[in-house]
Ligand binder design. Structure first.
Ligand SMILES: *[C@@H]1O[C@H](CO)[C@@H](O)[C@H](O)[C@H]1NC(C)=O
Ligand SMILES: *[C@@H]1O[C@H](CO)[C@@H](O)[C@H](O)[C@H]1NC(C)=O
Ligand SMILES: *[C@@H]1O[C@H](CO)[C@@H](O)[C@H](O)[C@H]1NC(C)=O
Ligand SMILES: *[C@@H]1O[C@H](CO)[C@@H](O)[C@H](O)[C@H]1NC(C)=O
Length: 779
């Protein structure tokens, strides 16, 4: 309406302006299509007027051809408007010059209309080719990396404000390999599936840019997929295989690949990531990046690499090369064994075949490689006591310790060899200590010892020799089984000693059990074994009684013819306490002058033939002393002497018979018994005690008597009225009587029967006889 009110003014202006000055108007860039820029009024009668837009500088389609309508008779209104494609952008173009031409009949007038686009800071718009109806075209090679950034949509004013960008058009398969995406910064991303094989498709994408405050604009992006350019990049060969040793240190060069082309870069495209190899981007040198330990990473054996060479500036110009890297095993490590040291302790009794240890070894170079095991002995060398059977250390022979020096420490080693090149070995030391076991019981052989019954204490009877099959053999102790004994055995030497007195008559035979206990024959010091044997001790009889003769004294008269031998008498003696001891020796020890008598066993013979003339005319008497002693192994011999008094009466030739008159000893005559003990007598302790005690009693009695006598004497001195003599004999009488009785027997023996002399009537010599007292021991 304002416009129409201005019309007359404008029309007047137009007429004048059309003829003179150009028009100029300001318009905000935020004005969209259809906006009326200018209205013109024209008078034209009789003709049909035209208003034309001859051109726009800079050229654009933003402006519609001006329209011209008849408003009144002869009055027309011309209108200049923005076209539907108008996207004014003050930053891009801020001034347009529109060349207008008006015709009315023959009247033609022309002039420029200057349109000044004013900047509107709050206005964001879809501008540029994007906003054009055809939209923006983006060309992408089909080899583009999947998901790669394709394009950045920049809109004026978007630097300050944030817009939401959405692809509103459908992206449905199968036409689309996958959806494109755009983010708020205007980054357009390729589908994650990539675009290979999509050439020469074009993917139109309608983009909605939404700003806050309900402001939005639309635009179009069309992605055109280009076929992969026929590459000028190529490798000399498509594939190569290479073998490298596994002991390459990381960073070692494997190979240098080279492609034809200019300004090339290289990369490994498979596998991604590549754990073992890398490639120099520029030089194309493939290097190792990690140890190629085949034992740890078996799949490092063969690696198939794909290397791509591409032009730095045209990445899609590329070529791919297949590189196969084979890793050759290198024997680097000796076998590793568990345990690394075999130390064990076993008893000697361990049976053959016992497994001591199982060795577990493996080759770090290759776990599957077979290993060889060898057992080597160091000490004792060449031993066969242990063996190795399939990694198991076993006892091969008995480990018996019972021979001297046999209980060893077996020192050996197990050599483990792999089969690589060069061969690597590991030595596992082996130490087997054999400990002794007390396996056997000690033993001794039964023995018999003989001992004289008069043997003194500590007499050595003999030694018991115990044996033990365990080593050391003589680790034995000897004991006598049972309680206290007459015998003692030395604990260590086994010597058997006499401890107490023996008496053949009381016990002829002893059986004692000797107990043997071994020690120090076992690993366990408390392990003992025992054995025993019986020792028999035979007591040898020793005569302890002198022989006695019956009768001990003979007196006989021999009537003997001249020159004849004859039996005179028989001496009959024995040991009454030991009647079994019948063998006695007889010898004439005295009175046998001119050797007229001799003994044939126990028979006394008279030999007259030794006598030459002159024959004795009158009878003569011989007092023969016959020594009778016991016979036997024992020394000393106990003996007695029998006396035979022979009266020899020469016999006339006429007398035929020889007679012997035997006068036996009268009952009133006690024969003299002479007993001789030839060695020192050693009384037994009890006897000494008894004698000492008896002596002491006697002394006490005598002392008592003396005191009594002295008391009596003193009393008699004091009582002078009493006659001293009367008391003394009395007391003497009593004492003497008792003393007499004590002494009676020996005195009578000596005084009544024998004065110790024998007189040989025939020779006139006297014989003095020993009167030994030894026999009294046995009284
Ligand atoms: C156009 O015609 C009208 C009336 O007929 C007249 O008043 C006006 O002055 C004319 N304008 C021009 C420029 O001739
Ligand atoms: C545009 O995309 C955003 C996510 O990027 C979403 O939140 C929004 O709703 C979308 N707008 C339209 C109109 O689709
Ligand atoms: C095992 O012992 C036997 C004899 O008993 C011997 O012949 C063999 O050589 C021994 N083995 C080893 C490995 O010492
Ligand atoms: C008697 O004694 C003589 C002389 O010594 C001797 O030769 C003779 O053999 C003896 N007679 C007998 C029987 O012993």
């Amino acid at each position: 309406m304002v416009l129409f009110r201005l019309l007359p003014l404008l029309s007047a202006l137009l007429i004048s302006v059309l003829h003179s000055l150009p028009w100029s108007i300001d318009i905000s860039e935020s004005q969209g299509p259809g906006t009326v820029l200018q209205i013109f009024s024209f008078n034209c009668s009789f003709y049909m007027p035209t208003l034309e837009l001859l051109g726009v500088r800079p050229p654009t389609s933003f402006f519609n051809n001006p329209s011209l309508h008849r408003k009144d008779k002869g009055v027309y209104l011309g209108k200049v408007t923005l076209s539907s494609s108008a996207r004014l952008d003050a930053l891009a173009v801020n001034r347009y010059e529109l060349q207008l031409q008006y015709k009315c009949g023959n009247f033609v007038t022309a002039g420029p209309l200057f349109v000044h686009v004013q900047r509107d800071p709050g206005w964001i718009q879809c501008a540029g080719p994007f906003a054009s109806p055809a939209g923006e075209f983006i060309y992408v090679p089909e080899t583009v990396t999947p998901g790669a950034l394709l394009y950045t949509l920049l809109l004026p004013g978007l630097g300050v404000q944030r817009a939401q960008m959405n692809i509103t058009s459908a992206q449905d398969p199968p036409f689309f390999p996958g959806p494109f995406s755009i983010d708020d910064q205007g980054f357009l991303w390729a589908p994650s599936q990539g675009l290979s094989g999509q050439a020469p498709k074009a993917f139109p994408l309608r983009i909605l840019v939404s700003l806050g405050k309900g402001q939005s604009c639309k635009g179009m992006l069309t992605v055109k997929v280009l076929p992969a350019p026929t590459s000028q990049v190529s490798f000399l060969q498509k594939a190569q295989s290479i073998t490298i040793p596994e002991d390459l240190v990381p960073g070692s060069k494997v190979i240098q690949v080279q492609a034809k082309g200019s300004n090339l870069l290289y990369e490994i495209i498979s596998p991604v990531p590549s754990p073992l190899y890398s490639i120099g981007q520029v030089a194309g040198v493939v290097r190792t990046t990690a140890p190629l330990d085949l034992a740890r990473a078996q799949d490092a054996g063969v690696t198939k690499l794909q290397v791509k060479a591409f032009e730095r500036l045209r990445p899609w110009a590329s070529a791919v090369f297949d590189l196969t890297v084979n890793v050759r095993a290198v024997n680097q490590w000796p076998p590793r064994c568990h345990p690394a040291l075999l130390v064990t302790q076993i008893p000697e009794t361990v049976p053959v075949g016992t497994a001591l240890h199982t060795l577990t070894c493996f080759d770090p170079d290759s776990a599957s490689n077979p290993l060889d095991y060898q057992l080597q002995f160091h000490n004792p060398p060449d031993s066969t006591s242990l063996r190795l059977r399939d990694r198991v250390l076993e006892v091969n022979t008995t480990l018996d310790c019972d021979t001297p020096g046999a209980c060893f420490q077996h020192a050996a080693s197990i050599l483990v060899l792999d089969d690589g090149q060069p061969q690597m070995t590991t030595e596992v030391p082996v130490l087997v200590m054999v400990t002794p076991i007390n396996e056997f019981s000690p033993a001794c052989v039964p023995r018999t010892f003989r001992v004289r019954e008069d043997a003194g204490p500590h007499t050595l009877l003999g030694s018991i020799v115990g044996t033990d099959m365990d080593y050391p053999r003589n680790s034995l102790e000897y004991y006598i089984s049972g309680g206290p004994s007459t015998f003692a055995v030395d604990r260590l030497s086994g010597e058997l000693h006499l401890l107490g007195p023996l008496d053949y008559e009381r016990q002829k035979l002893y059986r004692i059990i000797i107990l043997l206990i071994d020690y120090n024959q076992d690993w366990d010091l408390n392990s003992h074994r025992s054995g025993s044997c019986t020792v028999t001790i035979e007591v040898e009889d020793v005569n302890d009684h002198a022989p006695e003769c019956e009768p001990p004294f003979q007196e006989l008269t021999i009537y003997t013819p001249l020159g004849r031998s004859m039996e005179v008498t028989k001496v009959s003696c024995w040991i009454p306490q030991e009647p079994q001891r019948s063998t006695l020796s007889y010898s004439i020890v005295g009175g046998n002058s001119q050797n007229r008598f001799r003994l044939q066993g126990t028979v006394l013979m008279y030999n007259d033939s030794v006598l030459g003339p002159p024959w004795p005319e009158q009878p003569c008497t011989y007092e023969l002393l016959i020594h009778v002693a016991d016979v036997g192994p024992s020394i000393p011999h106990l003996s007695t002497t029998a006396t035979i008094i022979a009266h020899l009466v020469p016999w006339k030739a006429s007398t035929v018979a020889t007679s012997t008159h035997r006068s036996t000893v009268s009952s009133t005559m006690t024969p003299l018994i002479v007993t001789d003990v030839e060695t020192f007598w050693k009384p037994e302790p009890w006897f000494v005690v008894v004698v000492t005690a008896t002596g002491a009693v006697l002394l006490l009695a005598l002392g008592w008597l003396l005191t009594r006598i002295l008391q009596g004497f003193a009393q008699s001195l004091q009582a002078s009225s009493k006659p001293a003599r009367a008391l003394l004999p009395n007391s003497n009488q009593g004492n003497e009587g008792s003393i007499k009785r004590l002494m009676e027997a020996p005195r009578m023996e000596i005084s009544q029967h024998f004065d110790g002399r024998a007189h040989d009537v025939c020779t006139g010599r006297d014989y003095l006889f020993n009167t030994g007292t030894g026999a009294r021991r046995w009284l």
